[in-house]
Design a protein around this ligand. Structure first.
Ligand code: 6R9
Length: 642
């Protein structure tokens, strides 16, 4: 990236890291102005940093500027990279031909899709929900929305109809883009029919655009549904980009918190763009000829920032993979790396752990010699997985970046910069320039010095900070800024080691992280409680070999604990069905224990501490149970542990 990567945009040595970090803290306005300079702006900003996260206000970055992020992802590259590959699409089935899109082709297809949206009435500011498989049209649709200033809300194509409906209604989306079906391993899974079911409860949706992908039969609803391949015949290949204000919303992405209802995290145009680009280039130390592959689905934030926006902003080649790591064999990732000469590979610990379990021959069959940098994201990576990744995938020569961040932070916050800042197993490492992590006590005082542990919070603002939660600013304020005034509260606990490197311990709130996906325990409980057999439930996480955390549900039934096998099976099936219907298959409990009561205090609060310990297998040292209303319930729970 040498020719248009100015010194400010890229740290190349440890000294440069320290200098950049220092300037970013001492003079953030000058630092970020220099980083932002080379982007394509229609109008320059008035102030670099502004606003304050308060009940009325919100952080602003580059306020007063106007731009379009797709001009920065696409048009800007046409001069020097028109024929460079932007996207390599690797389909689910390796026997299907892969597809390559150059920057010129991607630009044209985004413009066409943008014109299809316009032709169907989508306007600047409208919310468009995308429920699509990991196919090029998903990337194209995201960018098409951004091109015309519509706010995209991607919903991962594993969520249920009820979950889609909640998100559409919360965002008041008027338009949906979907596909007939998706392929996942050996299966085809209908997609449009799930949206059809959702739309029965979504009066705001006026139109749905359907992409033909597998040929699965679908019902088109007159006056509502249109085929993409028909609409695209009727539009122009040119679509001027809409001029957007820096703080106009770019997207909404729903994520789980400790309360029952997922929140619509809002990111805006300019700050997100600068943050995505800066963090991508620096963490992965990207060079012009890299072939970069992030395995995350675009339905999650990692897919947004590091599957799509980050690489395209940097003019890189990004691989989009529709399939799963284990189809047709657990060698698939490694096969794809060799096939496309992937140089930078970014995946989740859960995928690494599941592939570690397969015979090592699946890895040894491939050379993996193109690889130069490896990344990990989504949950803490355990040392065993780190070493396996380093030794067998990276052949001992590729630095690993363990990147800590969140949907709310827009991009990577704490991570090694590959080959530059220290990369130690089970440590995310040092903060990126612009990020000021602190450890807090329960009472909110900062814990100074190294070799310390506390609640992880961030002092000050950074360009990718969450702006609001859609439709409910007070909620964002309460969740992130009120717990410890003056700080953004992450919900994670962390340790700063002797050298000042951060180690992320995990969530300190009622959020569990299953295979790198976030769920609120309250969200799963309210789904379980929808089963006709259920009176009450309590969900906790427990250590799981592959998923990181598994979901353990303690459930009280209508007519007491069922005793016959058939009743037990029926009850458990109904519980699973309720979760699948209200959230999706991805949140299915791993273990269900039917109980007659839950350990509650006299004031009616469930003592989750006890439930967590039992789920973890700790049954003798349960701590003080004398404040419980009915201590005997604990004996029953211990005796019945799954
Ligand atoms: C990017 C993403 C955020 C939560 C976060 C933390 C966990 C993410 C991590 C990590 C340890 C890492 N997390 N990366 N924990 N080490 N490298 O995953 O966003 O889905 O919002 O999840 O994931 O607990 O708070 P999101």
């Amino acid at each position: 990236m040498s020719e248009n990567t100015p010194a400010h945009a890229r740290v190349r040595t440890l000294d440069e890291y320290h200098a950049a970090y220092q300037q970013s803290v001492e003079d953030p306005d000058a630092f970020w102005a220099a980083v932002a300079e080379p982007f394509t702006w229609r109008r320059k900003w008035g102030s670099v940093r502004g606003g304050q996260f308060s009940p009325e206000g919100q952080s602003t970055w580059f306020d007063g500027a106007t731009l379009n992020i797709t001009e920065n992802c696409l048009d800007r590259h046409l001069e020097q990279r028109a024929n460079k590959l932007a996207i390599i699409f690797e389909p689910n089935d390796p026997r299907t031909r892969h597809l390559r899109l150059t920057y010129r082709e991607l630009h044209a297809q985004v413009c066409e899709m943008a014109n299809v949206l316009k032709k169907n009435g989508v306007k600047k500011g409208d919310r468009v929900v995308l429920y699509l498989p990991m196919i090029p049209q998903l990337a194209i649709a995201v960018l098409a929305c951004a091109r015309i200033g519509a706010v995209h809300g991607v919903v991962f194509a594993g969520f249920s109809a009820a979950a889609i409906a909640d998100r559409i209604n919360d965002a008041q989306a008027s338009f949906v883009i979907t596909a007939d079906a998706l392929e996942r391993g050996a299966k085809q899974i209908p997609v449009k029919s799930v949206v059809d079911e959702a739309l029965a409860q979504c009066p705001s949706v006026k139109r749905m655009l359907v992409v033909e992908h597998t040929g699965w039969p679908v019902q088109m609803v007159a006056d509502r549904d249109v085929w993409f391949h028909e609409e695209v015949m009727e539009v122009d290949k040119n679509c001027p980009a809409e001029e957007m204000a820096a703080e106009d919303p770019l997207f909404i992405l729903y994520t789980s918190g400790s309360t029952g209802k997922p929140k619509g995290v809002v990111h805006t145009q300019a700050g997100y763009m600068v943050w995505a680009d800066y963090t991508f280039r620096n963490v992965f130390q990207v060079e012009e000829n890299d072939v970069y592959w992030c395995t995350a689905d675009i339905g999650w934030v990692t897919g947004h920032t590091y599957g799509l926006y980050g690489p395209l902003l940097a003019g890189s080649t990004t691989v989009l993979f529709e399939g799963v790591p284990t189809f047709p064999s657990p060698g698939r990732f490694w096969e794809v790396i060799d096939k496309h000469n992937v140089t930078i590979f970014y995946t989740a610990p859960t995928a690494i752990r599941s592939l570690m379990a397969a015979p090592i021959d699946h890895v040894l069959a491939y050379s993996l010699s193109s690889l130069r940098i490896l990344g990990s994201v989504g949950e803490p990576i355990n040392e065993e997985a780190w070493h396996w990744y380093h030794q067998h995938v990276g052949k001992g020569r590729c630095p690993i970046v363990d990147t800590w961040w969140q949907t709310e932070t827009g991009g990577i916050m704490i991570s090694a910069m590959a080959g530059i800042t220290p990369s130690v197993p089970a440590r995310a490492g040092l903060p990126l320039p612009g990020v000021q992590p602190v450890l807090l006590n329960q009472d909110g005082t900062e814990i100074k010095g190294n070799d310390q542990e506390g609640y992880l919070a961030i002092k000050g603002s950074w360009p990718g900070i969450i702006r609001t939660t859609w439709g409910d600013h007070a909620r964002a304020q309460q969740t992130y800024f009120q717990p410890y005034p003056g700080y953004y509260f992450t919900g994670d606990g962390a340790r700063r080691d002797e050298q000042g490197l951060y180690r992320i311990i995990g969530r300190v709130d009622d959020v569990i992280n299953v295979s790198g996906h976030r769920f609120g325990t309250a969200e799963i409980e309210s789904a379980i409680n929808e089963s006709e057999f259920v009176v009450e439930s309590a969900v906790v996480g427990y250590p799981h070999d592959v998923k990181g955390q598994g979901i353990y549900a303690y459930v009280i039934c209508q007519n007491g604990v069922p005793t016959t096998d058939i009743d037990i099976q029926r009850t458990e099936a109904s519980i699973v069905e309720a979760v699948v219907a209200h959230i999706g298959r991805i949140a299915k409990p791993d273990k269900i224990q039917l109980v007659s009561g839950l350990p509650k205090t006299r004031s009616g609060k469930i003592m989750r501490r006890i439930l967590r310990k039992v789920a973890e297998g700790e049954t003798t040292n349960l701590g003080d149970v004398t404040t419980l209303l009915d201590p005997l319930v604990v004996d029953e729970i211990v005796a019945g542990k799954k």
